[in-house]
Design a protein around this ligand. Sequence first.
Ligand code: SAH
Length: 203
Amino acid sequence: MKRALEQRLQSVEGFRNPRVDLEQYPTPAGLAAHVVHLAGLHDDLDRPVLDLGTGTGMLALGAALADAPRVVGLDVDSSALAVARENERRLPPATRVDWVRGDATRPPLAATDATVVMNPPFGAQRGNEHADRRFLQAASRLASVSYSVHNAGSREFVESFAADAGGEVTHAFRAEFELARQFDFHDADSKTLDAEVYRIVWV
Ligand code: SAH
């Protein structure tokens, strides 16, 4: 099931004009399939699934292809959402995704029992340093469970953030994050980042 999901997610197209200030990097299909598969095993796809910073729609479409009954993809960038919509048409999953434009750090949604899946900006760009902290904050309010992708070395930060917000990290694993050459400042054709994925149960 995971392999079939990954194969279908391979046809998700990347950003057309990726914005460096918004850290628009597509989540690799293999990583998205892994996260969605794990969420399915934990029955976390039975709740409304909310993808914060959905970008190309990769994680939202993964959840929809895995038959989550309700899926919302939120992004601040309308041109990313246009790509996500095209990706949905290309696939297309049985569950229709609701694409919502808005700021994930001030989410225009009222949920407390969602399953959040997200690959937020890592906060690597100047002026965006705590981007993943603000996304975690949003997840803690909206979700009873979240899956989030962070850059390597985030464990202490994520665990202490979760503990302070009354949550608990139940799973943590490393993942390779293949970055295609997208921005002029990238010198190699592609490079591999080490990423970390966390499942957090929020109370
Ligand atoms: N899983 C996505 C990852 C996209 S990268 C994919 O595979 O495409 C991070 C995304 O977060 C980008 O699409 C960016 O536009 C979005 N983003 C950045 N800041 C945001 C904010 N404050 N609110 C909502 N989305 C934001």
